[in-house]
Write a protein that binds this ligand. Structure first.
Ligand code: PLP
Length: 424
């Protein structure tokens, strides 16, 4: 698939007059069209709901846009719950899928009326102790172990993952929940990440639907909702084919008709907790070339660094790069594109074929809309960038300002010369 930017050089030249690089830019039009397509793909299921994985892009402006399409929030921590609350998303519109969960987090989740998804059987007494009694509606996260296979090979390795209950634990746990007065039951699993295939959700759904039937046979508990969680991916590389959400929705429907309906479970609601698929392609990191260096390799130094986008440094992840205004120029140079951290893995691209880059050129680093800004950190005293929204009418809205040194130093208010640091 050809990788195109949703912003032009001319637009960026306008934007930087007000908001200097680097910044993350989000595409409202793309976000809306995709949310609409997802909603349509699962419209066959009466109870369908997407709970946007807040950790992917924790920004209330964006969360509110998704809410217009019926999306709730999938939260995993105290502050993510606060964000959801601030965006007026509460009650059954929050899924709380956490692990190694602190007591305060469970408390807030319960206060907000979130549906709690338990990561372990030991969390049943833990939650009961915190809340006094269990909520009427609870979900359990399943981990089958082993490897998750699709037609063309192994996709991921649940046996190595820290999440979820084993099958015997799961069966036991539903019995315990039932005996303790729980009335509504969910089943959740996240078995493979960033899957760029239409097969993942339908295969996962079939496994979970069969398990729901088994749960009913063995414990008498009727599952009310199956949460397919995240994992539907995006094509980061130009040679990858985009997932077709309509085909995915249809694949899940087929498994539903074949497994759940005959077992008398045709009322089960399907939930998803997509993060990457909802936002990934609709965000980019815009940065400027500020240095070139010719040593043992050819380097282009940009004004963004791994603090703004950690995925390449952390996972060696590929992010496509477009040099604005040079979309049609031949990619006849080979560069390492680097940030300024004192870490040699601070490279957005290694040995990447790109057009000749001049100082001052704007580079668009694609697909940073999910797990991009949100993974940011402050190493080397680097400050986090702004987040901007490119509206459908072409205007640009600041949806998070850039950090200032005063933000960075705010937690030194215990230091005697704090005034000097904060500038106050
Ligand atoms: C991270 C996460 C998601 C979202 O994953 P994506 O790959 O971004 O779709 C959903 N649910 C849970 C529990 C997660 O941890």
């Amino acid at each position: 698939m050809e990788k195109k930017t949703f912003v032009t050089k001319e637009q960026v030249e306008e934007i930087v007059k007000k908001y200097p690089t680097p910044f993350h830019l989000y595409d409202e039009k793309g976000i809306r069209e995709n949310a609409e397509a997802l909603k349509k793909a699962f419209s066959w299921n009466k109870g369908y709901k997407e709970y946007f994985a807040v950790k992917a892009t924790p920004n209330p402006f964006l969360i509110k846009i998704l809410h217009e399409y019926g999306c709730g929030c999938d939260c995993s921590s105290y502050t993510e719950l606060m964000l959801s609350d601030a965006a007026d998303i509460r009650g059954n519109e929050i899924m709380f899928s956490s692990n190694d969960t602190p007591a305060e987090d469970y408390k807030l989740a319960a206060e907000l009326g979130a549906t709690i998804n338990l990561d372990d059987i030991t969390h049943i007494p833990f939650l009961e102790e915190i809340l006094g009694s269990l909520p009427k509606r609870l979900s359990l996260r399943y981990n089958p172990g082993g490897v998750f296979k699709i037609s063309n090979g192994i996709m991921d390795n649940p046996g190595d993952a820290k999440y979820g209950l084993t099958k015997p634990q799961l069966l036991e746990a539903y019995g315990i929940l039932r005996d303790k007065g729980v009335e509504e039951f969910g089943l959740h699993a996240f078995l493979a990440s960033n899957t760029v295939t239409n097969e993942y959700y339908p295969l996962l759904a079939r496994q979970l639907f069969e398990l729901a039937v088994e749960v009913k046979e063995k414990t008498g508990v009727s599952i009310n909702f199956v949460n397919l969680s995240g994992g539907v991916g995006i094509p980061y590389r130009p040679d990858q084919e985009k997932n077709d959400i309509a085909v995915i929705g249809e694949g899940v429907r087929k498994a539903f008709e074949e497994v759940l309906v005959p077992a008398g479970l045709g009322d089960v609601a399907i939930y998803t907790e997509l993060g990457r698929f909802m936002m990934g392609p609709y965000g980019c990191l815009v940065t400027k070339a500020i240095h070139e260096k010719h040593t043992h390799k050819e380097y282009i130094g940009v004004d963004a660094c791994a603090v703004n986008l950690m995925r390449p440094a952390m996972y060696g992840a590929y992010h496509h790069i477009t040099v604005l205004g040079k979309e049609n120029a031949p990619a006849d140079h080979v560069y390492d594109v680097t940030g300024s951290l004192c870490e040699n893995n601070d490279k957005f691209a290694i040995d990447r074929e790109l057009p000749e880059i001049d100082m001052g050129d704007y580079l668009v680093i694609h697909d940073t809309g999910a797990h991009g800004f949100s993974m940011g950190y402050n190493y080397n005293g680097k400050l986090k960038s702004a987040e901007l929204l490119l509206r459908t009418d072409g205007s640009v809205q600041l949806i998070r300002r850039a950090e200032t040194p005063a933000d960075y130093f705010a937690t030194f208010d215990c230091f005697e010369d704090y005034k000097k640091l904060s500038g106050k």
